[in-house]
Design a protein around this ligand. Sequence first.
Ligand SMILES: [Zn+2]
Length: 92
Amino acid sequence: MVVRMRVNRSKSGKRRSHHAIAGQRLAKCECGASRISHRACPQCGKYNGKVIIDIVAAAKRAARRQKRKQTELRAAGQTDETKEKETAPTSA
Ligand SMILES: [Zn+2]
């Protein structure tokens, strides 16, 4: 860029003064909870008066996933601990 076109700090700061991200627009659901506009309600799973998300099924799925993850972590942790115990005496 040519020096003649260089924008100084003051000028770029003034331009960027309008770049701040505005807060989320929250709408009220018919169930009374506040939700993000153009998104399904996380409380009742409705969008535009229709049930979009089966909240009970989604909660069950999340619980099942968490349980599976925990069992996997436990299994991995046991294997890691045994490895550490094996390597510790050789390094010390
Ligand atoms: Zn709702």
